[in-house]
Design a protein around this ligand. Structure first.
Ligand code: SF4
Ligand code: SF4
Length: 400
């Protein structure tokens, strides 16, 4: 089996020319344009004009409509550069879309700086209709029809920490192909079982035919990600042909242990993708030359969840081991987004009840499944993830 290829190219800023050069170089290193170059009658690549190039769907991370500087979404300059490279290689039907946690993709694009950056010939679409996916273990799972039908799906993740999944990178970005509110159903099904949810995410990622990945790691997000963290320059663009391979490389660049990213373990269990470095060919820069120190994780510690305690002890220590969402009195503006997205409806935003408790939404800890969707969507950075004391001690002793 050929190794998966991952290209690393330096890119310090979102200056248009610099991003265009870096994206073009990264795609060239993994020969990404072969996927849109017309194929000739004798099956050779590059016989222009013989066969129509495939339709291309760009799938950036459009979590929420925040300003570009918040680094919550894939930067529009990266989306633009990817579209330009593929168009120059022959693609002539290019669209871009997502299914954000809250609101429509079109609104998120407008709010996160797409106008005047991403060209008009890139059609903007909302993932608003689904159809059964090709996942064998979840036959009732519906994914975006636009994504399933695309001739080429180009996954353009933003490098960010994630309270639930450790990091959100290429694999997790494709969970965005689950249509809007149906994401909550899948969170509910997985409940507090992180491994189950990670396996679902991996299965979704591999239900699409192999495509191209271009990761925006120019300015990443560290800390309270994926919606409320802090910008952290990494200065890299990555390209690849396998989502878990790109994630495995990114994991090393930000200095996370692979076990801190449950989707890598899930891919290994399922025998999907290329999560092991031994099977990945790294092109361009060395990992060591771009790796950073002290990249701050989100408070949740996935690595501490599977420590193999006997069931009764785990039950006894659950409060100390697991993390929980905590709402800030100062920052909360009572907008209600957290209550709307909460899968088990564990958040009470009844104003009378909130008044009694100092004007805060009230979280029912018994119902909470610790999915951190509320922290993900809070537009005012009012929800932090508080780590259980035992998990915190373990993480400190492990040096991260
Ligand atoms: S915690 Fe955040 S999302 Fe929830 S009501 Fe307050 S401001 Fe809105
Ligand atoms: S309160 Fe937050 S973490 Fe708990 S279930 Fe609801 S959305 Fe998930």
């Amino acid at each position: 089996m050929n190794p998966a290829r991952v290209a690393i190219v330096r890119c310090r800023t979102y200056d248009r020319a610099e991003v265009a050069d870096a994206v073009a170089r990264a795609i060239e290193l993994v020969d990404g344009t072969k996927l849109v170059r017309p194929v000739g009658p004798v099956g050779q690549v590059g016989h222009v004009g013989q066969v129509r190039p495939p339709s291309v769907l760009l799938k950036p991370n459009l979590l929420a409509g925040r300003p570009r500087e918040a680094r919550v979404t894939t930067d529009p300059e990266v989306v633009r550069a990817v579209a330009e490279v593929l168009r120059a290689a022959g693609a002539n039907d290019i669209s871009a879309g997502d299914s954000p946690g809250i609101g429509s993709a079109l609104k998120v694009m407008a709010r996160s700086g797409w106008d005047g950056v991403v060209p008009d010939w890139v059609r903007r679409v909302d993932f608003d209709s689904g159809r059964p996916s090709r996942t064998k273990d979840h036959p009732d799972l519906e994914l975006s029809a636009a994504a399933l039908d695309a001739g080429l799906l180009v996954n353009i993740p933003k490098v960010k920490t994630h309270a639930y999944m450790g990091l959100t990178l290429a694999t997790k970005n494709l969970f965005g192909t689950v249509i809007g509110a149906r994401k909550a159903q899948w969170h509910l099904r997985a409940g507090e079982n992180l491994g189950l949810f990670a396996r679902l995410v991996v299965e979704i990622a591999y239900s699409f035919r192999p495509g191209l990945i271009v990761a925006d790691g120019v300015i990443a997000m560290e800390g309270n990600g994926p919606g409320s963290g802090d910008p952290r320059p990494l200065g890299v663009i990555l390209a690849g042909d396998d989502p878990t391979a790109v994630d495995a490389v990114l994991c090393r660049i930000v200095g996370f242990a692979p076990e801190a990213v449950p989707t890598l373990a899930a891919a290994r269990e399922l025998g999907l993708g290329t999560p092991d470095m031994g099977k990945i060919e790294v092109l361009g820069e060395d990992i060591a030359s771009v790796a950073v120190q002290g990249f701050r994780p989100a408070a949740q510690s996935p690595g501490a969840q599977g420590i193999g305690l006997p069931g009764f002890l785990h039950k006894l220590l659950k409060g100390a081991l697991t993390s929980k969402p905590v709402i800030s009195t100062e920052l909360c503006r009572l907008c209600g987004e957290c209550a709307r997205i909460c899968p088990p409806k564990a958040i009470d935003l009844d104003l009378d009840a909130a008044d009694r408790r100092g004007r805060l939404p009230v979280i029912d800890r018994k119902k909470c499944i610790r999915c951190f969707c509320c922290q993900e969507v809070c537009p005012y950075k009012a929800i932090a993830v508080k780590t259980g004391w035992l998990a915190w001690t373990m993480r400190r002793n492990a040096g991260r």
